[in-house]
Design a protein around this ligand. Structure first.
Ligand code: GAR
Length: 188
């Protein structure tokens, strides 16, 4: 059984998708813990599911954030999932967990990735660029922001009338199944 740690910063709908996929026997995995870098609803989702949850406040820990997060992760963890985690992990952490960290990003990487490209910023940029499609990408985390090998992508259309909020909703609606499918692929 795959031992997973999920890192969150926001609403945690992707975390919820993993929780549900495990409950529904779609994923043979266990979420060992959920770690957040700020107070967020993702932590509440963990509490409601009876999963150990920890807050490592980015504003308090600053440069120590990655060390503190690392201390909370058991060495036998198989996979660290960044599910809307917005702090940048340092190279030491990434090297220590090389090949075991994946991220879900709300665009079709390599488009609209990199520094500052997170959440609504991504969808605003997609609409401003007049893209006719967007989507989400699950990829390995390496030292370059959003630069690791792609595991799985799902496309959605972008309509001429779309506002960034419309694109966000459409992309989020495919993120959950894409993330679960990507983890399932890794289990295989
Ligand atoms: C998701 O759209 C995810 O792709 C994005 O944050 C949102 C989290 O939603 N991640 C990034 O922008 C990372 N660069 P959630 O908290 O409901 O899962």
């Amino acid at each position: 059984m795959l031992k997973i740690v999920v890192l969150v910063s926001g609403g945690g709908t992707n975390l919820q998708a993993i929780i549900d996929a495990i409950s529904n026997h779609i994923l043979d995995a266990k979420i060992e813990s959920v770690i957040a870098d700020r107070e967020c609803y993702g932590l509440e989702r963990a509490r409601l599911a009876g999963i150990p949850e920890y807050l490592v406040d980015r504003k308090v820990e600053k440069q120590n954030l990655c060390t503190k997060v690392d201390e909370l992760i058991s060495p036998d963890c198989d996979l660290i999932v960044l599910a809307g985690f917005l702090s940048i992990l340092d190279s030491g952490f990434i090297a220590a967990w090389q090949g075991k960290i994946i991220n879900i990003h709300p665009s079709l990487l390599p488009k609209f990735g990199g520094s500052g490209m997170w959440g609504m910023n991504v969808h605003r940029a997609v609409v401003a660029a007049g893209e006719i499609k967007s989507g989400c990408t699950v990829h390995y985390v390496v030292d370059e922001i959003d630069g690791g090998d792609i595991i799985l992508q799902t496309e959605v259309p972008v309509l001429a009338s779309d506002k960034p909020e419309d694109v966000q909703k459409r992309v989020l609606s495919v993120e959950h199944s894409t993330l679960v499918a990507a983890i399932k692929n890794l289990i295989k």
